[in-house]
Design a protein around this ligand. Structure first.
Ligand code: C5P
Length: 407
């Protein structure tokens, strides 16, 4: 069963005139992959660089180009369009568009929309380096950033680099992936910090089960997804304890890290982090540990290799999810599967007694990669999320958690 993904957001993209406009097409593609809906306004100058047809095909909606088009105004008036959006993004933002916005000028569809919107605006400036560094442009950008509350615009980029005109310096539009990150950050911020006052425990990474003082059994979990979830929960205001096996990552800002090695240590650290409202157990806990860990290094000898006796590790997730006064309100587990994702995830949901399972399709490129394809399985349904960055998945999951706890 599938249901609509309520974390989808509506982005109004204003494409200004500049060679970087072609990168906006890629941005639309990334927004779609992240599950967001985009409508586009193309300025007259923008239409010199990309066609309305390309933008319409990628957004799946007609592209708005003028202020006085009767068809457009009867389907969705320009004021309504400016309010429809959850976020307005100007990419590329030219010196001209920035100047108009900074001075409250409204003489075309793009500038009128920027004045009429009641949502945050993100600018991705792109222009020649001399233009960008001109005090008039810098003053306009500072003025826009400094407006109070919702009216204060956010800016991503520009990047340093070689420009289409052959000069070098700041002025290149930020890369689409960086613009997407900025968008996700603003969307999360727009929702406020709904998890303020909530406590969360997150597990991440592999466990390391010792054989002797120098050897052990482990797995290839990078911990990236769990770290991103801890960061996303903290961004929404939660007090987060991240219990982590050995990884190469640093503890995200605002998160309390507890480093462990073996599953039994992870279990004890998770218990210490309770009570909590939320538990997201994403660690790849080893199923077995070595029975009778050698106190000294096992030597190579004439008797051949040693035989390792294994015993089962405690199931940390099942323990946390078991009914009792310490059970968090929302317990979320992970399931890595290569087939029958939904059925297997659902079976795991009941076996472990947790509330949600994030099913991971590991037939895709997951381990150590920055992207992931997941299915969220709850007791009421299942949703497949399109392949997106682990950060985007984490933010989406954190938003869903906040929505669930607010109900
Ligand atoms: O049983 P399986 O390992 O497939 O279950 C995966 C889920 O259970 C993950 O959320 C993982 O963190 C958790 N788990 C656990 N303790 C274990 C084994 C798995 O918390 N010993």
């Amino acid at each position: 069963m599938s249901e609509a993904v309520p974390t989808m957001r509506r982005i109004l993209l204003i494409v200004g005139g500049g060679i970087a406009a072609y990168k906006s097409l890629e941005l639309v593609r990334l927004l779609k992959k992240a599950g967001h809906e985009t409508r586009a306004i193309l300025t007259g100058a923008g239409a010199e660089f990309v066609t309305p047809l390309s933008l319409a095909a990628l957004t799946g909606h007609p592209v708005r180009q003028g202020l006085f088009h009767p068809d457009d105004e009867t389907t969705m008036g320009h004021i309504e369009l400016s309010r429809w959006a959850d976020l307005v993004v100007v990419a590329p933002a030219t010196a001209g568009l920035i100047a108009k916005a900074a001075n409250g000028m409204a003489d075309d569809l793009a500038s009128t929309t920027l004045l009429a919107t009641d949502k945050r605006v993100l600018l991705a400036p792109a222009m020649n380096v001399r233009m960008w560094l001109h005090p008039a442009v810098q003053a306009n950008v500072e003025r826009l950033k400094g407006f109070d509350g919702l009216h204060g615009v956010a800016v991503v980029g520009p990047d340093d680099g070689e420009m289409a005109c052959g000069e070098y310096g700041p002025g290149r539009m930020a890369e689409p992936a960086a613009i997407l990150e900025a968008i996700e950050g603003l969307l999360a911020g727009a929702a406020g910090r709904p998890l303020t006052g909530r406590r969360a425990v997150v597990t991440a990474g592999p466990t390391f089960e010792p054989i002797d003082p120098v050897r052990g059994l482990t797995n290839r979990s990078s911990g990236k997804q769990g770290y991103a979830i801890a960061a996303a929960l903290a961004e929404l205001g939660a007090e987060v304890t991240l219990v982590t096996g050995p990884t190469a990552l640093s503890i995200p800002t605002g998160v309390t890290g507890v480093a462990v090695e073996a599953a039994v240590q992870m279990q004890a650290a998770v218990r210490d982090a309770l009570p909590a409202d939320i538990a997201v157990l994403s660690a790849a806990v080893a199923d077995w540990r070595v029975d009778g860990v050698a106190s000294g290094k096992i030597k190579k000898g004439p008797g051949g290799p040693p035989t390792l006796a294994l015993i089962e590790n405690p199931d940390i997730l099942a323990g946390v999810a078991a009914p009792g006064p310490m059970r968090p309100k929302l317990v979320i587990g992970f399931a890595a599967e290569t087939s029958d994702l939904e059925a297997n995830a659902r079976a795991k949901l009941s076996r472990k007694g947790c509330d949600w399972i994030v099913g991971n399709d590991v037939s895709d490129d997951v381990f150590g990669s920055d992207g992931n394809t997941v299915m969220l399985v709850t007791r009421d349904g299942a949703e497949t999320w399109p392949r997106q960055s682990k950060t985007a998945i984490a933010r989406r999951l954190a938003t869903r958690i906040a929505e669930h706890l607010a109900d």
